[in-house]
Ligand binder design. Structure first.
Ligand code: AMP
Ligand code: GLY
Length: 429
């Protein structure tokens, strides 16, 4: 089988690494990929939103399956583009169409979807410029902290938590009047602040059947003890101790089933990953957000815990036969530590030479922002550069393997958090 993975992050390297282990994988291409994916497949210089170029490549190279990594092409309708083209419509794809991708592409849509289907989430209301005054009154008397969310995609920056009503009023004006996040904040969802511990659940669904994949906790802030700016994610751990069978069955009953049934009843054919960000409030799960793809860096801990052939699962997702397949879960824990360019998530330099990757044996090095130089050395090429995944019989052992790997790699102005997983270790003790 010939497979095309779309994307260029650590998530896509992890997908490629796992897909390449399948005996059914003949040719693996990654567009655009990074220095890590180039070692296991062929990188193709095509952007993920260039549907015409993707079409030509897919037809010329007899691609059988397209795995869409990031949300952008999904929200932009890559599945609809394939389904609407007689030459592409039979090609298998993992990733929902535009209608399903609205679960991530519009917070207002996802909140209304949850309300329609009785799925537990923070209470909310949506405002636009047309009812600005009403919105300002609403935030002025809302209990604090209060959460303001740009409706559309805002590269992970569109959520602002206001500690005071005054700050919330200012933020609402910035979003609606000054278009702080461009068109993405032309609608703003204002919601109740949920207090608890966060975790993420990943579901693979073919629209009727579903498989619950291992859960993970990620570390979004740049600084230790969850301080400083939000990032794409600085590390992840799986499993999460409080996600025991009882908690997961509540998630399945109250959230996963109503979500899948809701999609079906609304005529939305959803074939792909569903990433559910949850708050655990005293043992009860509430949805913070849906994403219509896997997480990055969560993929780098979820896939290493799946022992079965991932390609079988992906094909079954895409052709609607997930009920006829299953997967084995490893007993081992997995952790990943993300190594970033100094300055990230604000401005940073690229093009620094990375050394020591070849010395890492105790963990798996997933590349994100990297590229191969003309002399074959590996250079930094983004904010998040590498994710070092360790495995072990315990979270503590997995972390030791991650951090021993991290210690062998360096470049000028490299930064990583030293406290990934420490909160989980405390919960376990
Ligand atoms: P998002 O960009 O949607 O992933 O949100 C960023 C982060 O904001 C989440 O990971 C949560 O930590 C936090 N957050 C979002 N919504 C809420 C909420 N209703 N209550 C508390 N925290 C929230
Ligand atoms: N790590 C969070 C995300 O992928 O959205």
């Amino acid at each position: 089988m010939n497979i095309l993975v779309l994307g260029s992050g650590g998530r896509e390297h992890a997908f490629s690494w796992k897909i390449a282990q399948s005996s059914r994988c003949e040719n693996l291409f990654i567009a655009p990929g990074n220095a890590g994916t180039a070692q296991i497949g062929t990188n193709v210089d095509i952007k993920v939103n260039d549907f015409e170029a993707i079409k030509s490549f897919v037809l010329q190279n007899d691609i059988d399956l397209v795995v869409v990594g990031p949300e952008d092409p999904l929200v932009n309708g890559i599945r609809d583009f394939f389904e609407g083209d007689e030459n592409l419509s039979k090609i298998l794809m993992v990733g929902p169409g535009r209608a399903g991708a609205e679960l991530e592409g519009s917070k207002d849509f996802s909140k209304k979807f949850m309300e329609r289907h009785g799925i537990p989430t923070a209470r909310s209301r949506t405002f636009t410029l047309d009812n600005l005054e009403e919105g300002l009154n609403y935030v002025s008397s809302h209990p604090t902290p209060v959460v303001l969310k740009a409706d559309g995609l805002a590269a992970g920056k569109g959520v602002i938590i206001s500690e005071t009503n005054e700050h919330a009023r200012e933020t609402l004006k910035e979003m609606l009047v000054d278009a702080k996040f461009g068109n993405a904040s032309s609608r703003v969802v204002i919601e109740q602040f949920l207090k608890g511990i966060e975790l993420s659940i990943f579901v693979l669904t073919d629209g009727r059947n579903y498989k619950i994949l291992p859960e993970a906790k990620d570390y979004k802030r740049i600084g230790e003890n969850d301080s400083g700016l939000n990032t794409g994610g600085m590390g992840a751990v799986s499993p999460v101790p409080f996600a025991d069978d009882e908690f997961i069955s509540k998630v399945e009953e109250r959230i996963i089933r109503p979500t899948i049934n809701g999609l079906t009843s609304e005529g939305i054919d959803y074939k792909g990953f569903l990433f559910i960000g949850l708050m655990n409030m005293d043992g009860d799960p509430y949805v913070i957000e849906y994403n219509v793809r896997m997480g990055d860096p969560e993929t780098q801990v979820v896939l290493p815990r799946i022992e079965s052939d991932l390609l079988d699962l992906l094909i079954a997702t895409a052709n609607g036969s997930l009920d006829q397949t299953d997967f084995q879960l490893s007993d081992q824990a997995a952790t990943t530590v993300v190594m970033v360019s100094g300055g990230y998530p604000e401005s940073y330099e690229k093009g620094k030479e990375i050394t020591g990757i070849e010395n890492v044996q105790e963990s798996t090095v997933f590349h994100a922002g990297t590229k191969v130089a003309e002399n074959d050395s590996i250079l930094t090429n983004g904010g998040r550069v590498l994710a070092i995944t360790g495995r072990g019989d315990s979270v503590a052992k997995a972390l030791e393997n991650s951090y021993n790997g991290v210690a062998k790699i360096s470049w000028s102005e490299e930064y990583h958090r030293g406290d990934i997983g420490q909160d989980i270790l405390k919960l376990l003790n």
